[in-house]
Design a protein. Structure first.
Length: 229
């Protein structure tokens, strides 16, 4: 029987204008750890930007993004969300991202390389979970850059029912790493799409038939809660 794998953070990797650290572990309230890659500027401490994603924190695009932020004087924290990539736990879309995000921000603010000022950044899923994090009111959060995402899920999905795009998305994020497979779905397949698609069926079955504006969609809207709470 093989021993359990132990996550190992890398040594510091330096390049002109950027100091990188890989697979840094961030401990959460329930004992799991999230995996983050850091791109730090030469001059520290610095304000930090947090980007959390279910699509993988590694790769050329993320590496280039880290260099851009670091050379501009910001520390970039690229983290896999719970249950995706190198992070522990089970991926349940949106259910833990608010509290997890607040805890990641608190952890970042306490690091010696951070000034205590933290912003968030990201598009699509990474944008929507910024709103969920904001509802937790993390004290160190100074700004949010939410791209390609509505501030309120009701604007995008008024019925709560999954569309073909969302069904394909559940297939895409099943497992630990993205499944880059185009799925064509005929309308006749909708009643049994969880069976036809195989992977992702559990998440799809859980979310189909969700009534509009129920607890999953955070009634009232995110902006209203931020203003009125």
């Amino acid at each position: 029987m093989l021993p359990a794998a132990v996550p190992v953070a890398s040594d510091v990797v330096a390049e002109p204008g950027v100091v990188r650290r890989f697979n840094v572990r961030i401990s959460l309230r329930d004992g799991i750890t999230l995996s983050a890659d850091l791109a730090l500027p030469e001059s520290l401490p610095a304000p930090a930007v947090v980007l959390r994603t279910p699509y993988g924190k590694t790769g050329e695009r993320q590496s280039n993004r880290g260099a851009v932020f670091a050379k501009a004087g910001y520390a970039l924290v690229l983290a896999d969300v719970r249950g995706r990539g190198d992070s522990d736990g089970v991926f349940q879309p949106y259910r833990n991202d608010g509290r997890d995000g607040a805890e990641v921000i608190a952890w970042v603010a306490e690091q010696e390389w951070c000034t205590g000022d933290v912003a968030t950044y990201g598009a699509s899923y990474s944008g929507r979970i910024q709103w969920l994090t904001a509802l937790e009111r993390p004290p160190a959060l100074r700004a949010m850059m939410c791209l390609v995402t509505p501030s309120d899920p009701f604007v995008e999905i008024p019925t709560g029912l999954p569309t073909p795009m969302h069904i394909n998305w559940h297939r895409f994020v099943d497992g630990r790493m993205p499944h880059r497979l185009r799925v064509e779905i005929a309308s006749s397949a909708f009643p049994k799409y969880d069976v036809n698609l195989g992977a992702g069926g559990d998440m799809i079955t859980e979310t189909k038939g969700v009534p509009a504006r129920n607890r999953l969609w955070h009634t009232p809207s995110h902006p209203s809660r931020l203003i009125l709470d």
